[in-house]
Design a binder for this molecule. Structure first.
Ligand SMILES: Cc1cc2nc3c(=O)[nH]c(=O)nc-3n(C[C@H](O)[C@H](O)[C@H](O)COP(=O)(O)OP(=O)(O)OC[C@H]3O[C@@H](n4cnc5c(N)ncnc54)[C@H](O)[C@@H]3O)c2cc1C
Length: 368
């Protein structure tokens, strides 16, 4: 039996950010478990937006992440009507692409340096409950963790989330290549009818390596993801992939998102990151939201654990902080999706010779 003040299930960006922030706030006896050992890979485009960079700075890990990440200064956008647009910000770092093997591990190691105890190879089988309160969890091998507070950060397939609504799922499939030509320091987002309201992307991970993927909706599971991906590659990347070398096999993974943030807690339990469906429903961005919700959970719990605040308000406070952080941008996703599904995005891009339109579109893409 491991005893802890706070026990966290899952060491992705949400769980590690929560652990790190708890450590920074002086909370002792924090245990973080994951079914995997680290460093580990995670199927992900690994793009981190300006908001995510802000959180990395706040968490004090930016100086370690930046040299290991690929700097993004601009975007190549392709519309459903096949219009192409470059939005470039010069030397400024607008975003980064940082492989998850690196990003998650840096966050984890920083949390460990602050005293967080990490237990790898710990697949959680069930939560322990007493009198309607979550009091820890049990591993598949029978190991137990008893905790005053449990943070659930187990990602898209979450088994321990509170929200019982059927998740809105996007499907994603991606691959990696060496030697694809691209405009340095630019990511690509391709809105094609094959996948709208989702999109395809190409994100450079280094000077020579890129990842390319698609995310799309298919509520009735009628599509063959590999075939759609191949059609997408043939249409948009065939020429550039001709001299490139694939790295490993294609990987698929669902993405759980929501337009509206639902329930994120029950007595003794807070849910963070994709387990709480805090992924942007238009861009499928979840790293930044995962880290931010982890920070918000830690900042909500710390004063309660220190006896400075009543526990009864914890869930409502945390939920309202998450709604404030993500509500507007998640709701705006509906407008973006409508623009992509209609000819509106094409019309905006057609009007982009006007500098004001270009600036506004650049800002929108950066803040969405
Ligand atoms: C193909 C694809 C591309 C994407 N591209 C981007 C992108 O470019 N930018 C972006 O911001 N987002 C992207 N996302 C979304 C992003 O990957 C996720 O939203 C983000 O990882 C969520 O972080 P998290 O910490 O909530 O969960 P995760 O990162 O999924 O971490 C969950 C952790 O919990 C562990 N775990 C799960 N179950 C258990 C259990 N029972 N016991 C113990 N441990 C457990 C897992 O091993 C894992 O380490 C992409 C997603 C996909 C699928």
């Amino acid at each position: 039996m491991i005893r802890a003040e706070v026990a966290i299930i899952g060491a992705g960006p949400a769980g590690t950010a929560a652990a790190l922030r708890l450590g920074q706030l002086g909370v002792r006896d924090v245990v973080l478990v994951d079914r995997a050992d680290f460093p580990r890979d995670k199927t992900c485009g690994s793009g981190v937006s300006p908001r995510g960079i802000r959180t990395l700075r706040e968490l004090g890990v930016w100086d370690e992440i930046a040299p290991q990440a690929y700097r993004v200064a601009g975007l190549r956008l392709v519309t459903p009507g096949d219009r192409e647009l470059y939005l470039s910000g010069g030397d400024r770092t607008a975003a980064i692409v940082c492989r998850r093997r690196t990003l998650d591990h840096v966050l984890l190691e920083r949390a460990r340096a602050l005293g967080v105890r990490f237990v790898p190879n710990f697949p959680v089988a069930e939560l322990r409950q007493e009198g309607g309160r979550v009091v820890g969890f049990v591993g598949r091998d029978g190991r137990e963790v008893a905790a005053r507070q449990t943070i659930v950060a187990d990602g898209a397939h979450s088994r321990f989330t509170v929200d019982r609504r059927p998740p809105r799922l996007m499907h994603a499939i991606m691959g990696w290549w060496e030697g694809v030509p691209f405009t340095a320091h630019h990511v690509e987002m391709v809105f094609d009818r094959l996948v709208t309201p989702g999109y395809g992307w190409m994100f450079p991970e280094s000077d020579s390596r890129v990842n390319i993927g698609i995310c799309y909706e298919d509520p009735e599971l009628r599509l063959n993801g590999r075939r759609v991906f191949q059609d997408f590659l043939d249409k948009h990347y065939a020429r550039r992939l001709r001299g490139a070398t694939p790295v490993g096999a294609f990987k698929g993974h669902p993405i759980a998102c929501a337009f509206r943030i639902g329930r994120l807690g029950s007595p003794g339990r807070l849910v963070v990151g994709e387990a709480g469906r805090m992924v942007h429903p238009a861009t499928a961005e979840g790293i930044s939201q995962g880290m931010r919700s982890g920070v918000l959970a830690a900042e909500t719990l710390a004063p309660v654990l220190a006896g400075l605040r009543d526990e009864r308000s914890v869930i409502a406070t945390y939920e309202s902080r998450c709604r404030r952080a993500f509500g507007l941008s998640f709701r705006a996703a509906r407008l973006w999706r409508a623009a992509v599904n209609s000819s509106a995005l094409d019309r905006v891009v057609a009007a982009v010779e006007r500098p004001a339109v270009k600036t506004a579109l650049g800002r929108l893409m950066a803040t969405m």
